[in-house]
Design a protein around this ligand. Structure first.
Ligand SMILES: *[C@@H]1O[C@H](CO)[C@@H](O)[C@H](O)[C@H]1NC(C)=O
Ligand SMILES: *[C@@H]1O[C@H](CO)[C@@H](O)[C@H](O)[C@H]1NC(C)=O
Ligand SMILES: *[C@@H]1O[C@H](CO)[C@@H](O)[C@H](O)[C@H]1NC(C)=O
Ligand SMILES: *[C@@H]1O[C@H](CO)[C@@H](O)[C@H](O)[C@H]1NC(C)=O
Ligand SMILES: *[C@@H]1O[C@H](CO)[C@@H](O)[C@H](O)[C@H]1NC(C)=O
Length: 383
């Protein structure tokens, strides 16, 4: 919606009148489109979400969103997603989690070990997300980075600046845990559309948009190997006590909802065989939906637990379920989302075959994986 001030209207009137005459020269070009000072019409895929506070929305996210199980990684069984991070954003996800390691003095996106799966530099990845943000101006995106090698905040800040994504960094006006979060509309208008949380980092005024995850967010357990283990209890940070004490101090709840399979002793890989059930939005209380995404969220939001929806949810293979359906339901926009791009079919370039079709690859890769582990002489937990 564009509101014209009376001065602007007066300035425009002559050209509007001239436009009706065919004998006069063409009118001057129209004024530039409204800048970011005008209110967005849809935020994060819905007009309904614009007036909602950032922490009163469920942000559905890709766990290990840089680790793909596709042709780019030889269908690595260490991959957690079929589609990359910007395809994830275009399809509706608004949270991306990634693991960052130091490799040859560069911050790289590696899975547990760079020898196992290295999908490139953090800077390249952020540059692509920066481009996505620049072409999608009404979207608020959250990053959650695992600082696996305990690098200082300056190393992250340098990469955020080099990729230019720092231009969108959200800086809280009040950094106290539990301080009020702005609405999506306010964040979009201020063009502070990227919320970044990093684990194990000391916040610094030099990079005020890089936030320490465990000063603002608590997580449920992530080391799950059976559907009945999905829980709502606080796992990290232990300093926040229980989920209930963390919530009352204003910490934002993150629901981990992905499952591993034990390959051999000490080695876990994403459980893709159960993924359709794991990511299902189904709520039915039956043997079949124990551990479904919909059911897990309902349990956590229930009165005996948090009494509010999860603010963040992380899943593997996000297109299955599809996981976004649970987010839409929690956000009250089920069937009403706008501006999403459908994903190409699995196996069409961007992704590989699914659980059934990928069975052969899985076996082959298991062998390669075992050989690698043998070669390295270590036990790995591929989380
Ligand atoms: C969250 O948003 C819903 C839907 O607009 C609203 O009814 C509710 O009051 C909001 N809660 C808070 C704590 O702002
Ligand atoms: C994802 O894939 C698309 C299509 O191949 C590509 O344009 C985009 O840059 C990729 N994004 C990332 C984060 O790799
Ligand atoms: C910052 O937020 C905290 C927690 O809500 C509040 O107690 C404090 O007054 C706020 N500070 C300012 C300057 O608004
Ligand atoms: C995950 O759980 C398995 C089985 O309970 C255990 O052996 C393993 O050490 C755990 N790993 C982590 C990182 O907590
Ligand atoms: C379903 O759950 C009930 C109660 O837990 C159990 O008795 C029954 O055997 C289960 N059925 C199947 C098919 O697993």
């Amino acid at each position: 919606m564009v509101r014209l001030s009376s001065q602007l209207l007066a300035a425009l009137l002559p050209s509007l009148i001239y436009a009706q005459s065919t004998t006069l020269p063409p009118p001057p070009p129209p004024p530039p489109p409204p800048s970011s000072s005008s209110a967005p019409t849809a935020c994060n895929n819905s007009p309904d979400l614009c007036p909602r506070a950032y922490n009163n929305i469920t942000h559905i996210g890709g766990h290990n969103s840089a680790f793909l199980r596709d042709s780019s990684t030889g269908n690595s069984i260490a991959g957690n997603q079929y589609y990359n991070a910007t395809l994830a954003l275009s399809s509706g996800l608004r949270l991306l989690q990634a693991q960052v390691h130091l490799h040859n003095n560069v911050l790289e996106l590696c899975h547990s070990l760079c020898e196992l799966l290295d999908t490139g530099s953090l800077q390249d990845w952020l540059s692509k997300i920066n481009y996505w943000l620049s072409t999608n101006p009404d979207e608020v995106v959250t990053l959650l980075l695992v600082n696996a090698d305990n690098q200082p905040i300056t190393s992250f800040g340098d990469v955020f600046q080099a990729s230019s994504i720092s231009q969108y960094g959200f800086t809280p006006s009040n950094t106290t845990t539990g301080a009020k979060w702005p609405t999506l509309s306010e964040m979009i208008t201020a063009n502070q559309r990227l919320v970044t949380f990093i684990t194990d980092i000391d916040e610094s005024p030099s990079f005020p948009y890089l936030l320490s995850e465990f000063s603002h967010v608590f997580e449920t357990p992530f080391n799950i190997t059976s559907p009945s283990q999905f829980a709502c209890a606080l796992d990290r940070p232990s300093s926040s006590g229980t989920a209930s004490s963390a919530l009352s101090s204003g910490m934002l709840p993150l629901m981990n909802h992905f499952m591993y399979i034990d390959l051999t002793s000490g080695i876990q890989i994403p459980n893709v065989d159960s993924i359709d059930k794991t990511n299902s939005p189904s709520l039915t209380v039956s043997n079949d939906t124990t551990g479904s995404l919909g059911r897990h969220a309902e349990l956590c939001a229930g009165p005996g637990q948090w009494g509010q929806n999860p603010v963040f949810v992380l899943v593997d293979f996000f297109n299955r379920g599809p996981a976004i359906e649970t987010g839409d339901r929690l956000n009250g926009i089920e069937g009403k989302a706008v501006g999403r791009t459908a994903l190409p079919a699995e196996g069409n370039g961007a992704a590989t075959a699914g659980a059934a079709g990928g069975g052969g690859d899985l076996k082959m890769n298991k062998g390669a994986f075992g050989a690698l582990v043998g070669f390295l002489g270590v036990a790995l937990v591929v989380l």
